[in-house]
Design a protein around this ligand. Structure first.
Ligand SMILES: [Zn+2]
Length: 201
């Protein structure tokens, strides 16, 4: 009987020891695994950080490009009418006096009563009529730009009104100092006329 007890004790001792060893082995394996995971997480985090800084750089670059594009090309979106260019921007012989004078806009030949559209979003600065320009509209746009539309037969907007590009603002005519139905279209930047072809595609 004693012999059996010894054997059982011996077996349970071995079993306990091996179980403890297994536990400690498991613990060390667990520790190794956790260290490995931590290391991988750290690498992933570093990669994500690097990627996000690249993305941020790309995003800021992209917005910079978009901003520049907006600044220079996107203010004016469309032409006021689809007409034939009969007189360009620059020096020309005045049709009334035959003297060499500077033409500060474009003359676009269109039939009487053709719809005229705003060329960019903005606010109507002035509408009026005089002997030279006939019925005219001046619209203020962002970045100190202005667009001017002359010789109109009818004006359909009022001073202070906001417009978008392609908003109907009036109809072409032959009012003022004009040799025939056409639209005189002008763009000014800081009060100085510029060639509309340099800003509208
Ligand atoms: Zn003109």
């Amino acid at each position: 009987m004693k012999k059996y007890v010894h054997i059982i004790l011996a077996i349970s001792f071995v079993a306990t020891t091996s179980s403890l060893e297994a536990q400690s082995d498991f613990a060390s394996q667990y520790k190794i695994q956790m260290e490995k995971i931590n290391k991988e997480v750290k690498i992933k985090l570093a990669e994500m950080k690097a990627f996000s800084s690249i993305s941020n750089y790309n995003l800021s670059l992209e917005s910079e490009i978009t901003e520049n594009f907006t600044n220079e090309s996107k203010v004016f979106c469309n032409w006021p009418v689809n007409g034939e260019l009969t007189s360009g921007y620059g020096y020309r012989k005045d049709p009334f006096t035959s003297r060499r004078v500077f033409h500060n806009g474009l003359d676009l030949s269109v039939s009487l009563g053709t719809p005229v559209y705003a060329t960019a979003k903005g606010k109507v600065k002035k509408t009026g009529q005089n002997k030279i320009s006939g019925k005219y509209i001046i619209i203020s746009h962002e970045q100190e730009y202005e667009s001017i539309y002359c010789h109109l037969s009818k004006i359909t907007i009022k001073k202070g009104e906001c417009v978008l590009n392609e908003t109907l603002i009036g109809y072409s005519g032959n009012t003022g100092r004009s040799t025939g139905p056409h639209l005189h279209f002008e763009i000014r930047k800081n009060g100085k006329s510029i060639n509309p072809f340099s800003i509208i595609n």
